[in-house]
Write a protein that binds this ligand. Structure first.
Ligand code: COA
Length: 391
């Protein structure tokens, strides 16, 4: 490691889908009391991809403004984290590399460990920058969360991509050592290669998440991390936003702190604002929490933020970061709010059609309808190849 070198998130940008389904629409269809969605799980709406949108088009849309602002001269690595991969062999990041016209002198790889993969990508990127501080790493976390229709998980679907530029002397957040890490072999959520939708034992996944919070925090404390009181806010992985509150209460209790709801709301509230509208974005979720906090909080300069990343199966990591002076001038709050606001609401029948759509798998030419309003689209499948193009 290079001494006291500061490494972290230099830029952050996210994108989501063209369409949105409100929980009010879902509740009207399935007869659920809307209170369960709005108050019980803390969700208002979920992003729904058009047929010509996927993890690649969202990722390219998220990364394009970063490449436009910083250029590609220093980016020698792209790490793409996802659990909704579009190919078993080829890294989705190669399509992004191509769409953004990045130099051939780039290493590109895909990472997977359920919703935790984005944090692995961030930590590996930090290692690369410590080895050579002149380099930057483009980290992308992009996912489409999809459960079967009428399954309890259906209300926690969503889709988004977060792109982060990791560099020395970052402009947004310095990521600190140590990290607290945790792995446990558990089947709380998984998706066999032959399935398009995830399998989940929802209540089991909540307990597994809480157990992982405890384990990651225990290791963090043993590694000599900060005291809980030092953190101004906490960004948790949010499969649904109420989970962040459950996790934080659990951590406070575990550390012998009293449960003060006003204080918990102050530590968590703003991190849930984007996720409540977008839904679960798996690997991207914890970093959408960070985007929402940075975009919407009063000045956080020099404040410590705690991060808890959880991926079913399961792996968790707790680490801290410090917000860098001058960060507000580098935020993308306007485009972020616009990405959420411009989504077009769909009715239940249209949502169902999009949910159930899949391309034929016969290797023929299957163009996709032109639907996305984003900068890149999936043009279709041909000869079993996914063809992407700028819109
Ligand atoms: N008004 C207000 N709150 C209500 C309500 C109403 N009318 N009806 C129910 N609720 C509350 C419940 O009390 C519960 O809150 P609590 O957890 O604080 O007790 C919450 O809403 C959810 O209700 P529940 O009966 O547990 O819902 P469910 O059986 O449909 O399951 C999930 C909810 C979250 C488990 C389910 O959506 C799921 O499986 N999601 C996927 C989980 C996931 O993504 N895991 C990935 C890794 S973490």
């Amino acid at each position: 490691m290079s001494g006291n070198l500061s490494v972290g998130i230099h830029d952050l940008s996210f994108s989501t889908t063209r369409f949105v389904l409100t929980h009010a629409t879902l509740a009207a269809h399935n007869g659920t009391d809307i209170g369960k969605y709005h108050a019980g799980i803390g969700q208002r709406s979920m992003s729904v991809p058009a047929v010509d949108e996927d993890i690649v088009t969202m990722a390219a849309a998220a990364a394009a403004p970063i490449v436009a602002r910083h250029g590609t001269d220093r980016i020698r690595t792209i790490v793409f984290a996802t659990e909704t991969s579009v190919d078993q062999a080829k890294a989705a990041g190669i399509h992004v590399h191509s769409l953004l016209g990045m130099p051939s002198a780039t290493r590109t790889v895909e990472l997977k460990q359920a919703c935790y993969g984005g944090t692995a990508a961030l930590q590996f990127a930090i290692g690369i920058v410590h080895r050579d501080p002149s380099q930057q790493v483009l980290v992308i976390a992009s996912d489409v969360s999809k459960y079967e229709l009428d399954n309890p998980g259906e209300a926690t679907q969503g889709a988004a991509a977060v792109a982060m530029l990791v560099s020395a002397d970052p402009a947004l957040v310095r990521i600190e050592e140590p990290s607290g890490v945790f792995t446990a072999d558990i089947m709380d959520f998984w998706r066999p290669n032959y399935r398009a939708t995830a399998l989940v034992d929802g209540h089991e996944s909540i307990s597994a998440y809480l157990q992982a919070v405890e384990g990651a925090w225990k290791d963090y404390a043993e590694q000599g991390g900060r005291a809980l009181d030092e953190f101004r806010a906490f960004c948790y992985h949010q499969p649904f936003t109420k989970m962040a509150y459950k996790a934080h209460r659990h951590l406070l209790q575990n550390c012998g702190h009293e449960i003060d709801e006003a204080r918990i709301a102050r530590a968590i509230g703003l991190t849930t604002t984007y996720n409540a509208e977008i839904g679960n974005s798996y690997t991207a979720s914890v970093y959408l929490g960070l985007a929402a906090l940075l975009d919407n909080a009063d000045d956080l300069t020099d404040q410590a933020i705690g991060f808890l990343s959880y991926g079913s199966g399961s792996v968790a990591e707790f680490f801290g970061g410090t917000v860098v002076p001058g960060y507000r001038a580098r935020l993308r709050s306007g485009p972020h709010r616009e990405a959420i606001a411009r989504r077009q609401p769909v009715d239940y029948d249209r949502y169902r059609e999009l949910h159930e759509y899949s391309f034929p798998v016969d290797g023929g030419d299957h163009p996709a309808p032109k639907e996305t309003t984003g900068p890149y689209r999936l043009a279709g499948l041909s000869g079993h190849k996914r063809i992407y193009e700028p819109r």
